[in-house]
Write a protein that binds this ligand. Structure first.
Ligand code: FES
Ligand code: FES
Length: 167
C-alpha cells in the first residue's frame, strides 16, 4: 500500500506529488499558485522563495515529495492574511516589474517574524534579503518598505498593549 504524502499549503491540506517535481512547479502547475515565481531555476535569485515551517525556502531547489507534514506558505497565503508587507511594498514604490516581489515579501516576512516584538534594523533587513535579487528598484525602496512594515507592526502591538487587547 502506498502511503499518501501530504502538506499544508496556505492552511489547506494537499496531496504531494511523487513524480520528482520541484516545489515551485507543483505550486504553480497543480495548485495554480503562480505568485511564486521561477526566474532562474538554479537557486541564485530568491524569486521562488516560500516559507516551509516558517523558514525561507527556495522552491526551485526543493523536491515536493520530501515535504510530508510540512506547513507551506506562499505569497497568496500572506495576501489572504492581508499582510502589512503587501501594502508597504506598494506604497513605498518597492514594486516595479514585480518579478522579485513575492520572494522579497516571503523573506521579509520570515525576518520580521524572527524578531518577535523587536524592531527591524536596516542591516538586518539587508541581511535577510541578501539572497533576493531585484533588477529594478535599487533596493532602497524595498528596505524602506520592510522597515515601514516593522514600524506599523510595532505601533499596532503597542496600541493593543495600551488598550488591553494583548493578554
Ligand atoms: S528561481 Fe529559485 S532561486 Fe531563482
Ligand atoms: S521589481 Fe523588477 S526585479 Fe524587482
Amino acid at each position: 500500500m502506498t502511503v499518501q504524502l501530504r502538506a499544508t499549503v496556505n492552511g489547506v491540506i494537499r496531496d504531494l506529488p511523487r513524480d520528482g517535481r520541484r516545489l515551485v512547479h507543483w505550486l504553480r502547475e497543480d495548485l495554480g499558485l503562480t505568485g511564486t515565481k521561477h526566474p532562474c531555476g538554479s537557486g541564485h535569485c530568491g524569486g521562488c522563495s516560500v516559507l516551509v515551517d516558517g523558514r525561507v525556502t527556495l522552491s526551485c531547489m526543493t523536491l515536493a515529495t520530501v515535504l510530508d507534514g510540512a506547513r507551506i506558505t506562499t505569497v497568496e497565503g500572506l495576501a489572504e492574511m492581508e499582510d502589512v508587507l503587501h501594502r508597504c511594498f506598494v506604497e513605498q514604490g518597492a514594486v516595479q516589474c514585480g518579478f522579485c516581489t513575492p520572494g522579497m515579501v516571503m523573506a521579509a516576512r520570515a525576518y520580521l517574524d524572527s524578531l518577535g516584538d523587536r524592531p527591524a534594523s536596516e542591516r538586518g533587513i539587508r541581511e535577510a534579503l541578501a539572497g533576493n535579487i531585484c533588477r529594478c528598484t535599487g533596493y532602497a525602496q524595498i528596505v524602506r518598505a520592510v522597515a515601514t512594515a516593522s514600524e506599523i507592526s510595532q505601533a499596532n502591538h503597542a496600541y493593543k498593549e495600551v488598550s488591553g487587547c494583548v493578554t
